[in-house]
Design a protein around this ligand. Structure first.
Ligand code: MLT
Ligand code: ZN
Length: 461
C-alpha cells in the first residue's frame, strides 16, 4: 500500500476490505447528482461496529475525512467524496439482526436496502411504512441521514417517526446507544432525533431499531387530470375530506411526456396540464363509491377534467409508474433539482409566485414539476438544453435557486424538504434556518466531531 495512512489502516485492521482502484473510487465517490468529480483516497467496507470504530480512530490520528456511504441514491451530493476522503461504505453491514414481536421492532444494520426492510417486515405480517421510488437501492442508513420522506408521508410521516433507537459511532470513535427502542424516554436531550437528518456530519449510524406497524387495509389507486394549478389543492381538500388517503402526488404534462418516452403506458386520453395520483383505503365498496362521488363533485366544480380508478393491482402499478418513473426518466439528462416545501396552507400562494418566477427566469428551459403536494413538497427538475454548456447552466440554476430561496423564506418554507442539504443546497441554508440556529448547528457539530472529519463540507462549510 503506497499511501502510509492506508498502510497503517491495513495494519490495524488486516481483515478490512479496502478498495483503491480508480473504477472503485469513481463508483463510490459519487451519488446521483453526478456534478462533482469523484476523488476519494480509498473505500473501506467494514463488516462490524468494531471495524467502524477502528476506522474512525484511525481517521482521527491521520486527520482523514470520512464520507459515510449507503446506496448513494442521494440527490444533494451528501455522499460525494471529491477531496481525498475515505469513503466508509456500509454496504456489507446489510443484515436484519433481530425482530421483536412484542415491541414490533426490527433491528437492522445501516447498509440494508429499503426493499429488504419491507420484505423482512412483511415476513412478520407487519410493514415498515416509509417508501420511495429508490426503494430497490437506497439504504436505511441514508434514509436516516436525510430524514427521508417519500410517497407515504401524508399517512405515516417522515423517517424520524419510525426510528426507535440508533447506535452511532461519533466523530471521536465512541459508540453511542441512543434511545434503545424505548417508546417513552423523558430523560434529557434526544440525540437519536438529532442524528436523524444530520447527513453524516455528527457520526456514523451503525445500527437502527425500526418501528413496524400493521399493514394498511386494501387500497385503491386513482389518476386524475386537472385543468389548472389552482385546482390542485382544491381537489386535495375534497379528497382528503371524503377518503382516508395513503398518498396524494402530482405531476405536470411535461413530466408525463418524459415518463411515457421512458416506457410507461398512457392511462388517460387527451392532454391535461396537471395530474394527481392518489391512493386511499378501500376496505369495502363504500370507499370506491366515496371516491367516485368526490370525483363527480370535482368534475362539477371544474377542478378535474378526467380520471380513472385502477381495477387491478397491475393497473394500480401502471398508474404509480407514471409518478414514480419520473426521476428515472429524467436521470440521463442530469437535471438540476430543487426540493422545496411550504406548509400545506401556503401551497396555493407559493405555487403562483413560484410559477411566475420560473417562467420569467427559465424562458427557454424545460422545467419539470412533480412531487408530494399533499405534504406541501414540490420537486423542480430543470433540464439543460443541448446548446448550453454545463457551467453556464448551473450558474443560471444557482441564480434562480437564490431567488427561489428568497420566495421560500417569505412563505416560511424549506429549501430542502426531503433530499437533504448536502453540497447542492448549503449556500441556501440561511433561507430556511436562522443565523442563531445555524451557529448552534455548528456548535453541535463541533461537540460530536471535534476535528471536523465527519462528512466535511456537507450541510455547511
Ligand atoms: C421523488 O419523489 O420521486 C424524488 O424524491 C424526487 C426527485 O427525483 O427529484
Ligand atoms: Zn420525493
Amino acid at each position: 500500500m503506497s499511501d502510509a495512512r492506508l498502510a497503517d489502516l491495513a495494519q490495524r485492521l488486516p481483515d478490512l476490505r479496502l478498495l483503491t482502484d480508480a473504477a472503485d473510487r469513481e463508483h463510490y465517490g459519487r451519488d446521483w447528482t453526478r456534478r462533482w468529480t469523484p476523488a476519494p483516497l480509498a473505500i473501506a467496507l467494514p463488516s462490524s461496529i468494531d471495524e467502524v470504530q477502528a476506522i474512525v480512530r484511525w481517521a482521527n490520528k491521520h486527520r482523514v475525512a470520512i464520507v459515510p456511504s449507503g446506496g448513494r441514491t442521494g440527490l444533494s451530493g451528501g455522499a460525494v467524496a471529491a477531496d481525498g476522503e475515505l469513503v466508509l461504505s456500509l454496504e456489507r453491514m446489510n443484515r436484519v439482526l433481530d425482530f421483536n414481536p412484542i415491541d414490533r421492532t426490527l433491528v437492522v444494520q445501516p447498509g440494508i436496502v429499503l426493499q429488504h426492510v419491507h420484505d423482512a417486515a412483511k415476513s412478520h405480517g407487519l410493514i415498515y411504512p416509509l417508501d420511495f421510488a429508490a426503494r430497490g437501492s437506497c439504504s436505511i442508513g441514508g434514509n436516516i441521514a436525510t430524514n427521508a420522506g417519500g410517497i407515504r408521508v401524508i399517512r405515516y410521516g417522515n423517517t424520524r417517526e419510525w426510528i426507535a433507537g440508533l447506535k452511532v459511532v461519533a466523530g471521536n470513535g465512541e459508540l453511542l446507544e441512543l434511545n434503545r427502542g424505548l417508546i417513552k424516554n423523558s430523560s434529557g436531550y434526544d440525540f437519536r432525533q438529532l442524528m436523524i437528518g444530520s447527513e453524516g456530519t455528527l457520526g456514523i449510524v451503525v445500527e437502527a431499531t425500526l418501528r413496524l406497524t400493521d399493514p394498511p387495509p386494501p387500497s385503491q389507486v386513482m389518476l386524475l387530470a386537472l385543468p389548472d394549478m389552482d385546482a390542485l389543492m382544491k381537489v386535495f381538500g375534497l379528497f382528503r375530506a371524503r377518503l382516508s388517503l395513503q398518498a396524494f402526488e402530482f405531476f405536470t404534462d411535461l413530466a408525463l411526456k418524459h415518463v411515457l418516452l421512458h416506457g410507461a403506458q398512457r392511462a388517460l386520453d387527451g392532454d391535461h396540464p396537471y395530474y394527481v395520483v392518489t391512493e386511499f383505503d378501500a376496505p369495502d365498496g363504500s370507499a370506491q363509491d366515496a371516491a367516485l362521488a368526490a370525483f363527480e363533485q370535482a368534475l362539477e366544480q371544474g377542478w378535474v377534467t378526467d380520471g380513472v380508478i385502477a381495477q387491478s393491482e397491475a393497473q394500480a402499478a401502471a398508474l404509480w409508474r407514471l409518478r414514480e418513473g419520473i426521476t428515472e426518466s429524467l436521470a440521463p439528462r442530469q437535471p438540476y433539482k430543487n426540493d422545496v416545501s411550504v406548509r400545506i396552507s401556503a401551497v396555493p400562494a407559493f405555487l403562483h409566485e413560484m410559477q411566475a418566477l420560473l417562467t420569467h427566469e427559465y424562458p427557454r428551459i424545460e422545467v419539470i414539476w412533480f412531487g408530494h403536494i399533499g405534504d406541501g413538497n414540490l420537486h423542480i427538475n430543470v433540464l439543460r438544453p443541448d446548446d448550453l454548456d454545463e457551467a453556464s447552466f448551473i450558474a443560471q440554476c444557482e441564480h434562480v435557486t437564490k431567488l427561489l430561496a428568497a420566495t421560500l423564506k417569505n412563505h416560511g418554507g424549506s429549501i430542502s424538504a426531503e433530499h437533504g442539504i448536502g453540497l447542492v443546497k448549503r449556500a441556501y441554508l440561511e433561507s430556511t434556518r436562522g443565523a442563531a440556529e445555524i451557529a448552534l448547528m455548528r456548535g453541535v457539530r463541533q461537540v460530536f466531531d471535534p476535528l471536523g472529519l465527519m462528512n466535511p463540507g456537507k450541510l455547511f462549510q
